[in-house]
Design a protein around this ligand. Sequence first.
Ligand SMILES: [Zn+2]
Length: 273
Amino acid sequence: MAGKKWRFLLAALVAAPAFLVSCAQKPVVGEPTLVLISHSQEVRLGDEAAKEILKTERLVEDPELVKRVETIFERLVQSLPPEYKSAYKWRVFVLDKPEVNAFALPNGNIFVYKGLVDFVESDDELAVVLGHEMAHVILRHAAEKISYATLAELTGYLLLSRIPPSQQRIAADLYALGVNVAFLLPYSRKQEKEADIVGLLIVMRAGYDPEAAVSLWEKMLQKFGSQEPPEWLSTHPASKRRLEYVKKVVQYLKEHPEVVKQFKIPKELLELE
Ligand SMILES: [Zn+2]
């Protein structure tokens, strides 16, 4: 992205205190986080991105396949605590692409590729992937990515100049930045761990088998571990370490059903390696 766009956005963040919702508490995790955009802004970013994607990408037309994905997704959504159910525009789309891939937009729209639907061997495994992507939304990971990237640039910008841009430019650039950052920057290892845990909470609340996470990652590791990984795995590394980690989380959650019920991650679970 052009440096100019960054500067406009950064100026916007300086000029418009309404954008600053800093030092929020991260949902479900409960730790402090940096989120510089509001909930309604992140939802709008997702809406914009979804519009663009649906304009350019083809959806799967096989009604049986779509129904299967939607049914699993709906069951996961219904299992969420009410505040998370209503805060997002939960919807799943199946893109007609062969890659083993899936991603989430911050408005609650989840995109799963046909290649991934073909790759999984059970509804439970598909639920694990969908739950993981839903967790990224609930944890506001896209907003967090944008915020940390912005903060890094903001420091530089403040040293340069303070020319206020027009409000229109701000909105346009915010969308551009949000969409770009949401797609281009990988989630951090910490975010991935959080999404693994919260994804499993969702899966278990919906009554799916959490062991499917273990079988899914075993299969990913077997198939892609030693070769050029598909897109999803470049941000979701299928390493032996991750598999061992997921096993530990599943074990912990099976022994602590109250954590699944409360939908709050205790510190000791967050600290698992
Ligand atoms: Zn992820």
